[in-house]
Design a protein around this ligand. Structure first.
Ligand code: AMP
Ligand code: GLY
Length: 428
């Protein structure tokens, strides 16, 4: 079969890499793809992920059997609806269901309707009312821009003063553009974060491993929120008991709730969770696509073929697909540009990539690179590379990932040195 992957980042590089290894697949296409993705797929650089007409036209012209949508923006804009209408089986939810990620206030109301545990919250469109409310939260709160802000529209505030500054930044200064016209102010949850992945065809559910992301820019979870500076899977905080609670209290009610409200969910539901000391999960956010960079370790760890899961979900036949098998653990260390998550330079030449090629347990996924005039890879994004390694346990996978990451460099490169440290035996 021929599979089209929509997107161009590290997550899409991992999806393309994994899909290309499937014995069922004889052609992978990517729109727009990237110079790194071109090693495994035919790329269509002129077709951007956000150009719905162009993606649908390409999928029809190239007679693809399955489309897999990587990023959230085209899903929120209705790409899956458009592809399905054109007769193309698509992995990715409808625009209606994608509001779970596209609007935090929609997600909160949905969780309320289906009694899914989440942080208490209030929604504001008026800066003064928001400031009044935030001033009255002595233990701090979390300020979130309502719309999409590439994972950066959230500020965890320990004091009312921090909350007031975050509100000014989002609502008055519009740091996140129109996404900040409306804000959600949430109760600050304490505990350990994990993300959980469930693939659904609207009715049936297949679960993947739980992963843990590292959102803050600096070691020790300090600094600003980013799109993610590294990740690992599985996450030990999600043991069997916790997983059962996540399924019973969150995943199944969400999938059933979406179906009962007329928007059956076909795709991957990525649940961001805070697990408290008693092992009780509360939802921080829903995302309607694979995590980035969590997908990189998740797929590196997956031994079985991903394509039957994607195709089964797209066609409503997930009950016929055996559950996936995973081995050991995997760790992804992100190498980011100087200044990220704020503005960053581009065009810095990357060295050392060849030194880590050839090791079957290490793969460097490209998030923001292109080939420069000399043919060498250069930086083009805030997050540049995801150096990912797999091994029988998380300690070995972590060592292997950092050993590989040590060989790669570019001017101004920043990375965290404590990715997956929390998962080491005795760390928690
Ligand atoms: P989000 O984009 O909603 O996932 O938020 C980004 C990050 O902010 C999360 O991964 C958490 O680390 C943190 N965060 C979000 N909401 C809360 C909350 N209610 N309590 C504590 N931390 C939160
Ligand atoms: N790594 C977090 C995300 O993909 O939203």
């Amino acid at each position: 079969m021929r599979v089209l992957v929509v997107g161009s980042g590290g997550r899409e590089h991992a999806l393309v890499w994994k899909i290309a290894s499937s014995p069922r697949v004889d052609g992978v296409l990517a729109a727009p793809g990237s110079d790194a993705i071109a090693a495994h797929a035919t790329c269509f650089p002129a077709v951007s992920a956000g150009d719905l007409d162009a993606v649908v036209a390409l999928a029809k012209e190239e007679r693809v059997d399955l489309a897999v949508v990587g990023p959230e923006d085209p899903l929120v804009a209705g790409l899956a609806d458009r592809l399905n209408d054109a007769g193309i089986a698509t992995f990715g939810p409808s625009a209606a269901a994608s509001r779970l990620e596209g609007s935090k206030s929609f997600a909160k109301a949905f969780m309320d309707r289906h009694r899914i545990p989440t942080a208490g919250f209030a929604v504001f469109e008026d800066l003064d009312a928001a400031r009044d409310y935030a001033a009255k939260q002595p233990n701090g709160c979390v300020v979130k821009a309502d719309g999409l802000a590439a994972g950066k529209g959230v500020t965890v505030c320990e004091t009312p003063e921090q909350a007031l500054a975050a509100l000014d930044e989002a609502m008055a200064e519009r740091r996140f553009g129109d996404a900040g016209a409306k804000v959600v102010i949430e109760e600050r949850l304490l505990g350990e974060e994990a993300s959980y992945y469930a693939i659904s065809d609207g009715e049936h559910v297949v679960t993947l491993a739980a992963a843990q992301d590292h959102k803050r820019a600096l070691d020790g979870d300090r600094g600003e929120n980013t799109g993610g500076m590294g990740a690992y899977a599985p996450a030990p905080v999600v043991d069997e008991g916790v997983e059962k609670k996540i399924l019973e209290r969150v995943v199944h009610p969400a999938i059933r709730g979406l179906a009962s409200e007329g928007m059956p969910y076909r795709g991957v539901l990525f649940v961001g969770l805070m697990i408290d000391a008693a092992g009780d999960p509360k939802v921080i956010e829903f995302n309607v696509r694979f995590g980035d960079p969590e997908t990189q370790p998740l797929l590196m760890q997956m031994e079985s073929d991903l394509v039957p899961l994607l195709d089964g979900a797209a066609r409503g036949e997930l009950d016929r697909v055996p559950p996936p098998q995973a081995r050991g653990a995997a760790v992804c260390v992100v190498l980011a540009s100087e200044g990220y998550p704020r503005s960053y330079p581009k065009g810095r030449v990357i060295s050392g990539l060849d030194d880590v090629a050839g090791d079957p347990d290490v793969f460097v996924f490209h998030a923001g690179t292109k080939r420069g005039a000399s043919g060498a890879f250069e930086t083009t994004g805030g997050r540049v590379l995801g150096v990912t390694a797999c091994a029988e346990d998380v300690a070995k996978a972590r060592d292997r990932a950092y050993r590989a990451a040590d060989r790669i460099t570019f001017e101004g490169m920043q990375r965290r040195s404590d990715i997956a440290a929390r998962a080491l035996p005795g760390a928690r």
